[in-house]
Design a protein around this ligand. Structure first.
Ligand code: 4GO
Length: 231
């Protein structure tokens, strides 16, 4: 999968994209990340990419021309059609089914806005999918873009070491009814720590009993913490 990222702050990304699973995915050619500085597409010598809002009010608005030129230049770098995404609090709330849909795409282009937002005419022109990572406001779309990239890239087949890992996550669709539950608790050595024991069934070697215990814990936790996820 090719991922293009359009931002005014490209320096925010290399640490996150270079470490852990996202770094390994790039090293193994499962994903490639392409950063584009929107400011490089300013048409004035001051490299100005924002201006004051018509109608007045505080803050600045990102101008149409540098953003749309940046999208066109980025898209021309590769033949594959890009699914355009704008990260915004006004977008569709991100959930695991949406992440799974996006993980199937050959190419994503993410736009991270800043200041008060982007001129609405650029949004109409580009017609991106508008996505929100939750009901709160951040100073830019960069962190939401990184969240979305992480959620997507770990689902690309081959990226997680253990091929079943993603099937066992919280929110993974499980069983005949494709139910999405919270994950169960996990334990590792030692068997006793600070007077706390690992649940006996996990030491029993009885795989069917372990599976049944995990399923019960997932249901119990989901009922207690996120009853909205249950039918
Ligand atoms: C996205 C962008 C929050 C989200 C953002 C979110 N804040 N909840 N801020 O996904 C335009 C200027 C939006 C700052 C950006």
């Amino acid at each position: 999968m090719r991922i293009d990222i359009l931002t005014l702050f490209p320096e925010m990304f290399p640490g996150v994209l270079g470490a852990s699973i996202l770094g390994r995915a790039a090293a193994g050619n499962f994903a490639s990340y392409h950063l584009h500085d929107i400011r490089d597409f300013a048409d004035n010598k001051h490299r100005k990419v924002d201006d004051r809002p018509f109608g007045g009010g505080p803050g600045m608005v990102m101008m149409c021309q540098p953003l749309v030129d940046a999208v066109n230049a980025a898209e021309a770098e590769d033949d594959r059609p890009a699914t355009r995404i704008l990260l915004t609090p006004q977008g569709k709330p991100l959930d695991q089914p949406l992440v799974e849909q996006l993980a199937e795409k050959p190419r994503l282009l993410m736009i991270a806005g800043h200041y008060e937002g982007v001129d609405e005419r650029a949004i109409e022109q580009l017609a991106p999918l508008e996505i929100s990572i939750g009901d709160y406001v951040l100073s830019g779309g960069e962190l939401p873009a990184m969240v979305l990239i992480d959620a997507i890239v770990r689902l690309i087949p081959g990226v997680l070491g253990h091929e079943d890992s993603a099937l066992e996550d919280s929110f993974a669709a499980r069983g005949p009814d494709q139910q999405r539950l919270l994950d169960c608790p996990h334990y590792t050595r030692p068997r006793e720590w600070a007077g706390r024991e690992v649940p006996e069934v996990l030491l029993s070697g009885d795989h069917q009993a372990v599976e049944q215990w995990r399923q019960e814990k997932m249901l119990e936790r989901t009922r207690a913490r996120r009853p909205d996820l249950l039918p």
